[in-house]
Design a protein around this ligand. Structure first.
Ligand code: 5CU
Length: 386
């Protein structure tokens, strides 16, 4: 592990507390956890693109003859819920601190009347996990977005008092109409006022039709995860920008998953389209007052470094104003374990690729690399404050 001066911090790492696993096991439609006769581990099925395969196997009534590679979803291993396993994974990869979060689709599917209590239970589970890990774990809480507004606001009052909570993880749907919904603004104000940054994470991707008829049978999860997730994040943030949400809530801070999707690459195109569109001509004075998307990226947005290549990481740094100060290392554990018969207790390439990209782009042992690997997270998420 590293010295106290250069902590390695993982800001993108998920956990499934017991209450959430039970909830998923009780479900018949996605998201769900289900056992199949052909596999040792239960399967976690969440993506809209997996529904067809799930329905097919249920309709055939024959799940014993399907090999794991052809079962829908991904195996639910000890990496999903065990604190000991999380700490082992951290030790194996030289990670000092992890900021854990519930994974997608969070509580998006929970009935309005139950959402407040479920969110509270999940936050209490996370608090207990952090307490047990003696300073090595913090967490992003989950909001009860389907609950009535007063319950949702009260939940922010609850989580801000939790010792290890350092922000919230949020999907792109918000209250149901996306993150440019005016009804969400009071929630964003409450988060900003309580210094709770949003970790924005995708789930819904793009409509399954865009992947074509061969995707389900032949391409696994590649298209929805590699392309659908990043586009979803890009679109969500672009909508917030166009709606003026960042100006309306200037103290809001957001950490974007997967290095901001495709924002670093497309920010120039967004800026050009805005500059050439009559909807954004600066009003009657003719003087544009809006901040550019580049400014918003430099002032209110942080990007995780879960991009797996130097090329992507350099683009993310460039889009953040050319400084490494806004990039934060992450792993996406427990997703992307070593494939096939790989050793899930050893090194994961999905982690080493991200660490190698930081070294390659910023120089091994450099101060800039140390910031991305942990220094920025310690500052931005106040990991030194009790
Ligand atoms: O493999 C996957 O489906 C996922 C997922 O759902 N969420 C995530 O953060 N990474 C991978």
């Amino acid at each position: 592990m590293s010295s106290s001066k250069s902590k390695v911090v993982d800001v993108h790492t998920h956990m499934y507390p017991p209450a959430y696993v039970e909830l998923l096991e009780s479900r018949k439609t996605i998201p769900l956890i289900r056992r199949f006769a052909g596999a040792d581990d239960p399967r976690y099925v969440i993506l809209p693109a997996e529904v067809e395969a799930l329905e097919k196997i249920i309709a055939s009534g024959d799940d014993a003859s399907s090999s794991a590679a052809h079962l829908p979803g991904r195996p639910v291993t000890s990496h999903f819920s065990s604190i000991e396993q999380k700490l082992h994974f951290m030790d194996t990869h030289g990670i000092d601190i992890s900021v854990i979060s519930l994974a997608n689709p969070w509580l998006d599917f929970v009935a309005s009347a139950d959402a407040g209590e479920t969110a509270k239970t999940v936050s209490q589970d996370f608090s207990r996990m952090c307490e047990a890990a003696e300073g090595r774990l913090y967490f992003f809480a989950t909001l009860p977005l389907t609950a009535p507004p007063e319950t949702l606001l009260a939940s922010i009052g609850h989580i801000r008092s939790l010792r290890y909570c350092r922000g919230v993880i949020l999907g792109t749907t918000g209250l149901g109409n996306g993150l440019d919904d005016p009804a969400l603004v009071p929630i964003l104000h409450a988060l900003a006022a309580n210094r709770l940054p949003i970790f924005l994470h995708p789930h819904y991707g793009l409509p399954s039709e865009v992947w074509g008829p061969r995707a389900t049978e032949e391409y696994g999860h590649v298209l929805p995860l590699a392309l659908g997730f990043p586009m979803e994040t890009t679109i969500a943030v672009a909508r917030m920008y166009l709606a003026g949400v960042f100006d309306a809530v200037p103290d809001l801070r957001m950490l974007l998953a997967h290095s901001g999707g495709t924002l670093p690459f497309l920010a120039g195109r967004i800026e050009s389209c805005v500059a050439h569109d009559a909807h954004f001509d600066g009003g009657s004075s003719g003087t544009p007052t809006r901040r550019t998307i580049w400014q918003v990226l430099r002032e209110q947005i942080y990007l995780d470094a879960v991009i797996y290549s130097e090329v992507g990481l350099r683009a993310a740094i460039d889009a953040s104003g050319g400084t490494p100060d806004r990039l934060l290392f992450g792993t996406d554990h427990p997703f992307f374990p070593p494939p096939r018969d790989g050793d899930a207790q050893g090194l994961w390439e999905s982690v080493t690729w991200n660490a190698a990209a930081v070294k390659g782009a910023l120089g091994e042992g450099s101060a800039a690399a140390a910031k991305v690997m942990g220094g920025n997270a310690v500052e931005v998420l106040r990991l030194y404050e009790e």
